[in-house]
Design a protein around this ligand. Structure first.
Ligand code: OOG
Ligand code: MG
Length: 264
């Protein structure tokens, strides 16, 4: 089968939801549906997120960018960003233990999260518009957990899988961005007290504000606007790292502070 009919869309959603719920890997959707395109992949993502929201009686709180840094694009062999949804039930607190057994094969990523103060509606959103719409920034860690075997997927597979989104922790310290240049914020990522990588905010497409503008314009392709008060994870600043029980990962960002997650 190469095309993707309506029934196939539901089957893709069911396979992805079951893989997450039952903590097991599946083969990439494109092994079966070789013609899966980006538009349909975002339709699958939308239906999958709606299912998670209904099943978990939760709500959408914002969006996440993925593959916005050269490090991540190289790691995953792609050259363009993607976006996915953030739902409230997947948030974890600073320092909270996360059971590896509740996930498939988690990896942790250091990120900058922002909150918006006005609606952004594409097309035509510029970095300047986006910069003016950033209310605050916070240190954050995303736990990604692809539902696909060994994190092997194509660009459209990972879009359908809500961009590998699993859990996310955002510091409650929300730093107002007036007078802050997100490009020059230094980031240090540590595992068990050892530095594993370093970066600066400019790793995100040159400026996290460019990432935010990209998101608003990409959402406009699907007729969506980014509402005021949205939380946006701007994407991994450096490579994602695999984690095992006992590991503690920590991100420290200049002027934003630190945040850690403990795996058990
Ligand atoms: C896709 C998700 C990438 C990021 O921050 O770059 C992502 C993946 O690498 O599995 O969340
Ligand atoms: Mg991420």
């Amino acid at each position: 089968m190469t095309a993707l009919a309506g029934a196939d869309l539901q089957s893709a959603v069911d396979q992805l939801a079951a893989a997450a719920n039952e903590r097991r890997e599946i083969e990439p959707l494109t092994d079966t549906w070789t013609a899966l395109d980006e538009r349909v992949a975002y339709d699958i993502q939308g239906a999958l997120v709606a299912k998670h929201i209904a099943d978990e009686k939760t709500r959408l709180i914002g969006w996440k960018l993925g593959l916005t840094s050269v490090a991540k694009q190289k790691q995953m062999s792609v050259d363009r960003p993607i976006y996915g949804a953030l739902i409230a039930s997947r948030a974890i607190n600073d320092g909270e233990p996360v059971a590896i057994s509740s996930l498939i094969h988690p990896k942790a990523e250091p990120e900058i999260a922002i909150v918006t103060n006005r609606e952004l509606k594409g097309p035509g959103v510029t970095a300047d518009h986006a910069r003016a719409a950033i209310e605050s920034a916070s240190a954050a860690i995303e736990i990604i957990d692809s539902r696909f075997k060994k994190f092997r997927f194509t660009f459209t597979d990972v879009i359908a899988d809500n961009t590998s989104a699993s859990r996310f922790a955002i510091s409650t310290v929300r730093v107002p961005v007036a007078g802050l240049d997100l490009r020059t914020l230094g980031a240090v990522f540590e595992k068990n007290g050892e530095v594993v990588s370093t970066a600066a905010g400019a790793a995100i497409l040159g400026d996290p504000a460019i990432g935010l503008a990209w998101l608003a314009n990409a959402m406009a392709d699907r007729g969506l606007a980014l509402p005021a008060g949205s939380v946006v994870m701007t994407g991994a600043l450096t490579d994602a790292i695999a984690v095992a029980p006992g590991d503690v990962v920590r991100v420290s960002l200049a002027q934003l502070g630190s945040l850690s997650i403990r795996f058990v």
